[in-house]
Design a protein around this ligand. Structure first.
Ligand SMILES: Nc1nc2c(ncn2[C@@H]2O[C@H](COP(=O)(O)OP(=O)(O)OP(=O)(O)O)[C@@H](O)[C@H]2O)c(=O)[nH]1
Ligand SMILES: [Mg+2]
Length: 413
């Protein structure tokens, strides 16, 4: 799950609506969102296209929560309790208002420099975790001393509520050089906060979505943020532009290919069955093209989701049940590799791969197969026997999946 965080009015709900079919309420005032909104985004995966042209995207769920303001940990704004919804997020998208038209509380402003938003938002996320840790610290510390538990186990008990794998906690303990004999009762708030900061950095990789790039002031603010934080995890976007294009496409005024700068009107494509563009929409379209599409190549919203998924290094794996469909896939792929086209229209072929799973690096065949079988049959279904590649090569349960293992035959046993 990808979670959108940020100050009020940054455009979190707009981004959610732009990349999913959600219809979250959007408003030019702070705290439009109180209860979280959810939606499903479909991300394009090149490896899928190679497999079968009909399979080109996989679903990723997106969560949009209330806005955070500085001091949320002390109760400012809506506080930070709602961040508990982020516990299962795999990656965060920090939506930043790059236009400088809202201040840190999400109130209308002019010429506000959003560079500081990146830092204080991160601090608030850390405060959320630090606060949770601190609340239980005395009891945790006493128990640790009394039971002589391993440091990794003590911390894991505190961090498992964030969907934290023991391996991540063990790494954290290593990185911070914590010993099992650590006197946790002597830790002050600052020490706990340092732990929370290291944990948040490891557990919640974050993409910066610099939104509202359709605004003329965005350029200078983007430069400020990129020069401070680099451009590795920065994606530029305009949720508003995407929403406008989708709306015009839905009303049959334009043909629009999301993720590109391709827009056709009735004037461009007389045979496409498009309605003539009313002048109001024509000027909107023109400014979206000038300010967003032609300058940036797309509205950027799909790139935000793609960057978030890429941050996790997820890759697609298709589990199939029968040797026949597994081989069918192999044939289809070699036909595709030989340059045959038009596979999309075939009705036979490898159309049996209805389930595609995005897999985390480090996942073993066994873990994958067990989850897959559970998704098919529930808890009482058949167990995992073995797995093989389309060419019949057997894979052990302990084999760690790689992006080359795109198709996997799972045999129950
Ligand atoms: N110019 C411009 N305005 C945008 C863009 N995205 C969102 N907005 C506007 O920004 C305002 C706030 O948008 P929301 O999506 O409600 O923001 P939010 O972050 O969900 O706000 P809260 O729910 O209050 O936390 C609305 O007036 C949107 O139309 C954008 O890309 N460009
Ligand atoms: Mg909102």
């Amino acid at each position: 799950m990808i979670a959108a965080v940020g100050k009020p009015s940054a455009g979190k709900s707009s981004l959610l609506n732009a990349v999913t079919d959600a219809k979250a309420k959007v408003g030019a005032y702070p705290f439009t969102t109180i209860e979280p909104n959810r939606g499903m985004a479909w991300i394009k995966v090149d490896a899928l296209l190679e497999l079968d042209p009909r399979l080109r995207s996989v679903p990723v769920s997106v969560l949009d929560v209330a806005g955070l303001v500085p001091g949320a940990a002390e109760g400012a704004g809506l506080g930070n309790k709602f961040l508990d919804d982020l516990r299962t997020a795999q990656v965060l998208v920090h939506v930043v208002d790059a236009s400088g038209t809202t201040d840190e509380k999400g109130q209308a402003a002019r010429g506000y420099d959003p560079v500081g938003d990146v830092e204080w938002l991160f601090d608030e996320i850390i405060s959320w975790v630090a606060g949770n840790l601190a609340a239980k610290w005395p009891a945790t510390a006493r128990r640790h001393a009394r039971t002589g538990a391993r440091m990794a186990d003590t911390l894991q008990a505190q961090l498992s509520g964030y969907g934290t794998k023991p391996a991540l906690t063990a790494e954290l303990v290593d990185t911070l050089g914590l010993r099992d004999s650590e006197d946790l009762e002597a830790w002050d708030d600052e020490r706990i906060r340092d732990l929370a900061a290291a944990f948040v950095a490891a557990r919640f990789p974050t993409i910066l979505a610099l939104n509202k790039i359709d605004h003329p002031d965005a350029d200078v603010n983007i430069m400020g943020i990129v020069s401070k934080y680099g451009d590795d995890r920065v994606v530029l976007c305009s949720a508003l532009a995407e929403l406008a294009l989708r709306k015009m496409a839905k009303a049959k005024y334009i043909e629009y290919v999301p993720g590109t700068d391709e827009v056709l009107t009735a004037a461009d494509a007389p045979d496409a069955g498009l309605k003539p563009l009313p002048s109001k929409h024509a000027s909107t379209l023109e400014s979206i093209q000038d300010l967003v599409l032609f300058r940036h190549g797309s509205t950027g919203v799909h790139e935000v989701i793609a960057a978030a998924v890429a941050e996790l290094g997820l890759f697609p794996v298709f589990p199939v049940a029968s040797a026949q469909s597994c081989r069918g896939f192999d044939l289809a792929r070699s036909a595709g590799a030989a340059g045959s086209s038009g596979g999309a229209s075939s009705t036979d072929g490898p159309g049996l791969f209805s389930d595609v799973f995005m897999v985390k690096p480090g996942t073993t065949v066994r873990t994958f197969a067990i989850n897959f079988l559970r998704s098919l049959y529930g808890d009482d279904g058949p167990g995992f026997g073995h797995a093989e590649r389309p060419d019949g090569t057997p894979l052990s349960g302990g084999h760690v999946l790689t992006p080359d293992d795109t198709v996997l035959r799972i045999v129950t046993g």
